[in-house]
Write a protein that binds this ligand. Structure first.
Ligand code: ADP
Ligand code: MG
Length: 339
């Protein structure tokens, strides 16, 4: 009797995996921006055409890749960021799954240019639908550029499922803003259809938030600062009188990674208790630093949900700290707290 089970070829496995990692152009934006951050770039450009449907390009001035790595980075589970399972508990990088580039290359046309600082020449590589088209030596600036074209060219159902440019662009903006907010020390620029949307010079947290949400945000921010053994907190809570009817700008970052957490949101809302007008939502920008071993980031491919060891303690500290900041503000409204 012969066996009917077969291992899927790599390009098919990659295409299936891509469904999880790449839902829309914004997913590509997120993965490429995070790779640029992990490559220690201090200058990152995002170029988008037609809400990412025609082009998503990220150019960084980071460490670049060797000619060998330039090819290997498209293999599945190929990563320079972790070596073994223990490393999962001491993560200092955005990526670690080694899946993004393999997935993206399986469902798009990818052109990559990369050069390491100690090399005179770089690598220019083209891969389309997991097939290597060309790899050449080229004169290039230091760092890496990934240009992703024709996303979902080989999955028409996915392509047709994409929303209007307005909606897809909104998702891209969200991802860009989240990464830019997590890394105020990096210079970010963003272009859409040839016009500059953002130019955010390297600065501090307050300036970065103001750079993204506009000059009038500045006076609305009350600083938060707290340091305990299990978490250090910084960031800003929006003054209650600036809360909005439907939804404020609400952000949590854990170890420089944007996350969603209904539980932590609840803690913040508890701190605002009695301060908000009926049905209003505050804005907040809260950055938590916790020991890497006390969280599990590996529960979701997009890594926007994480598990904390000591959720209850975190809740209590967050609530107390935000409450304290808001209280302090109402006693002494003249706060000139530059960070
Ligand atoms: P991960 O980020 O989880 O490691 P990716 O598929 O996103 O997986 O990237 C694979 C590898 O390619 C990375 O581990 C890194 O070594 C390399 N790489 C990707 N993007 C860049 C970049 N912009 N600059 C330098 N190296 C990169
Ligand atoms: Mg990555």
């Amino acid at each position: 009797m012969s066996s009917i089970i077969q291992l899927l070829p790599d390009h098919v496995a990659n295409q299936i995996a891509a469904g999880e990692v790449v839902q829309r152009p914004a997913s590509v934006v997120k993965e490429l921006l995070e790779n640029a951050v992990d490559a220690k770039a201090d200058d990152i450009k995002l170029i988008v055409k037609d809400a990412g449907k025609s082009l998503v390009q990220v150019i960084d001035n980071g460490v670049g890749m060797s000619p060998q790595d330039a090819k290997l980075c498209f293999a599945r589970h190929a990563t320079s960021k972790i070596r073994n399972a223990e490393d999962l508990f001491s993560l200092h990088t955005k990526g670690f799954r080694g899946e993004a580039l393999a997935s993206i290359a399986a469902i798009a046309h990818v052109e990559m240019k990369t050069r390491q600082s100690n090399e005179e020449l770089g690598t220019h590589l083209i891969i389309e639908g997991s097939k290597f088209v060309s790899q050449d030596v080229a004169v290039l600036p230091q760092g890496t550029s990934f240009a992703i074209k024709n996303l979902f060219f080989n999955i028409p159902a996915r392509r047709n499922f994409l929303k209007s440019d307005t909606v897809e662009f909104r998702h891209i903006l969200d991802e860009f803003q989240r990464v830019a907010m997590a890394h105020p020390q990096i210079h970010f620029t963003m272009y859409h259809n040839g016009s500059e949307m953002f130019n955010l010079p390297a600065s501090n947290l307050r300036q970065r938030i103001v750079g993204i949400f506009g000059g009038r945000t500045n006076e609305k921010l009350v600083p938060i600062a707290e340091s305990t053994e299990i978490v250090s907190l910084e960031g800003f809570a929006g003054k209650p009188e600036f809360s909005k009817k439907n939804k404020g700008e609400q952000f949590f970052f854990v170890n420089d990674r944007f996350i969603k957490s209904g539980y932590l949101h609840h803690a913040v809302m508890a701190a605002y208790e009695g301060l908000l007008k009926e049905g209003c939502q505050p804005s907040y920008f809260i950055y938590l630093k916790v020991p890497p071993h006390s969280i599990d980031i590996n529960i979701h491919p997009t890594k926007t949900e994480i598990k904390f060891d000591d959720e209850h303690a975190l809740y209590a500290i967050l609530r107390a700290s935000v409450k304290h900041s808001l209280g302090q503000f109402s006693v002494s409204p003249v706060l000139d707290f530059e960070r």
